[in-house]
Design a protein around this ligand. Structure first.
Ligand code: ADP
Length: 309
């Protein structure tokens, strides 16, 4: 079965579950009220589940530390899936440092209310939601503690009119704090995490913590991406390994998780990010974009969710 056929099958399954009221899946966790759950909590959980049921695959992009290119990977992953013909959502839950609006040239975009909820910003078949769209001034600092952040992430999932999607990519802040924990608690089931690291041992050591986090919360690691792996000379295209290379692959092998591939340091990637252009779209034929697409390829083969009764 090719990807188009898989999409058609999953789309058929999805349309049955667009509301909890019309769904007959008695095994769904939102089918029954839980012990000690208030009516309001139950209704909220059903509303959340109804949104999530319409999304085939949910993938969180994580990293052990900041600056390793996690948002760059998340943006290009979402855009790459869109270019492969998928309907994609990109949710930036980096509440304190949202960079997705800048990387996609969406700074200044605002969110409107539609009949089915908050309307995400659309770029072709890509729907984007970020804390950055809700700040009046890009220099505003968000000073919130864990429970408030969890509430906002819940709203991003439950109150945004995501519609029918093939993939929702969630860009989490670095580390294993409140935001990634909220995402795994709210999205159940979640397909898993893509973990981004750089080749140096220090970064790979931090990313081990992300993998341990995934094991502790019962989330699958879909794979590790080694970003900034070698430097692509802008003049001749030769790749020089200015940082120790291979740390990501070694660590993935050691921890028994898949390795999705390496992306070099390419000055055009940084430039595209600063200019608000998704690299895989605007530099589609460059060798770095080819590598980015090969990292994405296994995610196109994720099995479709089981059809609901
Ligand atoms: P993180 O989300 O991990 O904090 P970002 O994605 O914001 O990291 O990337 C940090 C900086 O590094 C950005 O300026 C980005 O454009 C740049 N960058 C990321 N990956 C690459 C790469 N492969 N080559 C060149 N620059 C990169």
């Amino acid at each position: 079965m090719d990807n188009t056929e898989k999409s058609a099958v999953s789309g058929a399954a999805r349309s049955k579950a667009s509301t909890c009221d019309s769904c007959t899946d008695s095994s769904c966790s939102a089918a029954k009220r839980q012990l000690n759950e208030t009516d309001q909590d139950f209704q909220e959980r059903r509303a959340l589940q109804a949104r999530l049921c319409r999304i085939d695959h949910k993938i969180m992009v994580m990293s052990g530390k900041g600056g390793v290119g996690k948002s760059t990977v998340a943006v290009n992953l979402a855009m790459g899936l869109m270019l492969a013909g998928k309907k994609v959502g990109l949710l930036d839950v980096d509440i304190h440092g949202p960079s997705v609006p800048t990387m996609l040239g969406l700074e200044g975009a605002t969110i409107d209310q539609g009949p089915e909820g908050l309307l995400p910003v659309e770029l072709g078949n890509l729907k984007v939601m970020s804390m950055g769209f809700l700040l009046r001034n890009p220099d505003d600092a968000v000073i919130w503690r864990g429970p408030v952040k969890g509430g906002v992430i819940k709203q991003f999932l439950k109150d945004v009119a995501w519609g029918d999607l093939d993939y929702l990519i969630i860009d989490a802040p670095p580390g294993t704090g409140d935001e990634p924990l909220s995402v795994c608690q709210l999205i159940n089931p979640i397909d898993g995490a893509v973990v981004v690291t750089t080749p140096q041992r220090v970064a790979a050591m931090d990313v081990r913590k992300s993998i341990t986090f995934c094991a502790q919360v019962g989330m699958k690691v879909l794979g590790v991406v080694e970003n900034m792996s070698g430097f692509v000379c802008p003049k001749c295209g030769e790749v020089t390994h200015i940082l120790r290379s291979g740390g990501g692959k070694r660590m993935a092998d050691d921890m028994g998780v898949p390795f999705l591939g390496s992306i070099p340091i390419d000055p055009s990637v940084a430039e595209a990010g600063d200019m608000g252009q998704a690299f895989v779209l605007h530099h589609a034929s460059s060798p770095t974009a080819v590598l980015m697409r090969s990292v994405i390829a296994p995610l196109l083969d994720l099995p479709a969710p089981a059809p609901q009764a």
